[in-house]
Every structure is written in C-alpha cells, then in structure tokens.
Design a protein around this ligand. Structure first.
Ligand code: ATP
Ligand code: MG
Length: 209
C-alpha cells in the first residue's frame, strides 16, 4: 500500500473489513454497489487476523483467507486487498486499522463499509469515538433490515459521537461464509455463490473439509 504512487491523490477510499472465510459474491456485489453509489475511488478489502468476535478455531489460516480475497477481487480494477491486519497480527481492531489507513492516505476521505447489523453493535468495538472520528460509516442492509428499528440508535450515535453514518440498501444476495463452509463440508455445490477462482483454490487446498 505504501508504494502506491496515487495514494494522496485519491479522495474517497472504501474499506471493507471482514473475516472473508471465504470471500463470496455477497461481499463483492456489496462493495461494487457502494463504490459506484458513493463514487469511491477504490475499495480495499482487509481480511482480519484473529477475529475478536468469532470462535478462532473455526477460522482457517489467514494467509488462505488473504489469498482468496486476492483471487476474488483481481478482475476489478478498483478493488485491492491489504494485509495490514494480518501483518499486525493478534486481534484485529478496526480502529487500529483505520489509524494506519489514515496515516497512508492522509488526504483521503475514508469510508468504512460494514453490515448494518454489525454497525448497530459498534459500541462493543474498541474505541467507538475513535472509529467515528476516523471514518464515515456505511451500513449495508441485508434482507429483512428495517430502518425504523435502528433509527433511535443512529440518532444517538450522531449526537454522542458526531458520527457520520449512511445506510445503503444493497442488492439482496443472501449468501454467508458460514453457509458456504457448511455446504463444502457436506460436499454440496457452491457454484455461482463465489468467484470460480476462489472455488478452485478451496478445492486445491481442501479447505473447510
Ligand atoms: P460468516 O458467515 O462467517 O459470519 P459473512 O458471510 O458474514 O461470514 P464476514 O467476513 O463476516 O462474512 O463479513 C464481512 C462483511 O461483509 C461484514 O460487514 C458483513 O456484514 C458483510 N456481508 C457478509 N455477507 C454479506 C451479504 N451477503 N451481503 C452484504 N454484505 C455482506
Ligand atoms: Mg458475518
């Protein structure tokens, strides 16, 4: 990332954090939809190291997750993958990642993309006020999301933290990594739910079996 010549010319950077265990079309179509809608110059996918909110034993090697992110995004000229969380190691906290990103992209606006459900639980994350200071948050709404239910909470975030929050309805792709891992384990097809190259990679290394 440090070697990118255009780093300070970019104005709007989207950050897509996640376990990506594995990356799938839900992540990719969400990122692409938001990139276009918010006119972001690029989206950086950042696979986590040891995820703080998940049972660690269920998450396969971070290098595999990183490689699958690269394979899943290389055909999109606006998509990049960063290993900053993997390099940092230990538990990955979004606030630390945003601090690093802000140091690299000093003149850019940073947008953090996350599921609307996760966004509503942001007070369980490390340093909430730091998070809202460093980035504009975009909550991607998944099937069944009702804005009325979170309206009060959002106003509270805005008042308390001076937060900048958007909700964006993304094309409904009801795919989750959990469901994919289950399917692989049960020898069911995962075709058309994730990029073919990622599928081949999973086959090659016999992941999730
Ligand atoms: P898991 O089932 O293991 O929790 P996941 O499919 O939810 O995996 P994550 O890596 O946890 O994937 O998600 C990364 C980000 O992508 C999160 O912000 C999550 O809310 C969002 N996301 C995941 N699946 C979808 C989907 N189908 N559509 C839109 N956003 C999604
Ligand atoms: Mg999830």
């Amino acid at each position: 990332l440090n070697t990118l010549k255009d780093k300070n010319l970019l104005k709007k950077i989207g950050i897509m954090g996640g376990t990506f265990n594995p990356i799938h079309y839900g992540h990719l179509s969400t990122a692409e939809h938001i990139r276009e809608k918010f006119e972001l110059d690029k989206i950086i996918f950042i696979p986590s190291s040891d995820p703080p909110h998940k049972n660690y034993s269920l998450v396969i090697d971070k290098i595999h997750r990183y490689n699958m992110c690269v394979l899943g995004t290389y055909t999109n000229s606006n998509f990049y993958v960063s290993d900053i969380e993997i390099q940092r190691g230990g538990k990955s906290y979004t606030v630390d990642t945003l601090t690093e990103i802000k140091q690299i992209y000093t003149h850019s606006k940073v947008y953090f993309i996350t599921g609307a459900d996760a966004l509503c639980e942001i007070e369980t994350w490390k340093d909430v006020s730091g998070l809202f200071q460093k980035a504009i948050f975009i909550g991607a709404t998944r099937p069944g999301f009702i804005f009325e239910k979170v309206k009060d909470q959002v106003s509270y975030f805005i008042q308390k933290y001076n937060a900048q929050i958007f909700f964006e309805k993304v094309p409904l792709l009801d795919i989750s990594s959990t469901e994919l891992r289950e399917k692989i384990k049960n020898f069911q097809t995962i075709k058309y739910l994730l990029p073919e190259d990622v599928e081949k990679y999973i086959d090659k290394y016999k992941l999730y079996r």
